[in-house]
Ligand binder design. Structure first.
Ligand code: ITT
Length: 192
């Protein structure tokens, strides 16, 4: 069965494929010839995820899902949160986003944070939501080269390695996206 994943982020695509790729064929907007940036201007992860999934569903009428993810830092009142991609600038530059976050947390001892993923699935105009969270803390020097985004400065709770020092398989077993995608997978399987 073909399912459209409304993302332009190939890291996300690969993480999702590792979980639901055996049963479902994940198609990207680009593979459908849709190249425009889907707006992500809403105030919450949930609203953004629904907007992205619906946008694609309205264009192609097929089963679509989207993932909106944010890094929520306790000492910053939940920032960067829904603005995680454009935290430092509109260029969505992960290195600059991490630099800004490290600077904002300078001298602050509470380093607690969590990644939160909301997946929105649209089938026949009906929306279903799935959530995953990963608790951890922010460290000052990026470490590791796996993963993407803020992974090099995120230490999952109970771990001595950052997410970027774990293999993609290890990350998927514990991550916000892994948890949300497994919920999505169980839901889709129940419909087969
Ligand atoms: P879409 O096309 O799916 O919207 P995106 O990269 O814009 O891709 P999001 O808005 O959901 O995705 O994510 C916001 C940012 O949060 C993203 O650019 C990364 O910098 C960061 N991020 C998301 N998931 C992450 C993960 O698993 N590990 C580290 N950083 C992550």
């Amino acid at each position: 069965m073909d399912i459209i994943f409304a993302t332009s982020n190939l890291h996300k695509l690969n993480e999702a494929k590792a979980i639901i790729g055996d049963l479902f064929s994940l198609i990207t907007p680009r593979e459908l010839g849709i190249y425009e940036d889907i707006p992500e201007d809403e105030d919450t992860l949930q609203e953004n995820a629904i907007f992205k999934a619906r946008y694609l569903w309205e264009r192609c009428g097929k089963v679509c899902f989207a993932d909106d993810t944010g890094l929520e830092v306790d000492a910053l009142g939940g920032a960067p949160g829904v603005r995680s991609a454009r935290y430092a600038s509109d260029e969505c530059d992960s290195r600059r986003n991490m630099q800004k976050l490290i600077k904002e947390l300078n001298g602050i001892s509470n380093r607690k944070a969590r990644f939160r993923t909301i997946v929105a699935l649209v089938i026949d105009d009906k929306v279903s939501l799935f959530e995953g969270q990963l608790k951890g803390s922010i460290i000052n020097s990026p470490s590791g080269s796996e993963g993407f985004g803020y992974d090099p400065i995120f230490l999952p709770e109970g771990y001595t390695k950052t997410l970027a020092e774990l293999t993609s398989h290890e990350k998927n077993l514990i991550s916000h996206r892994g948890i949300a995608m497994r919920k999505l997978s169980d839901f889709l399987k129940s419909m087969l």
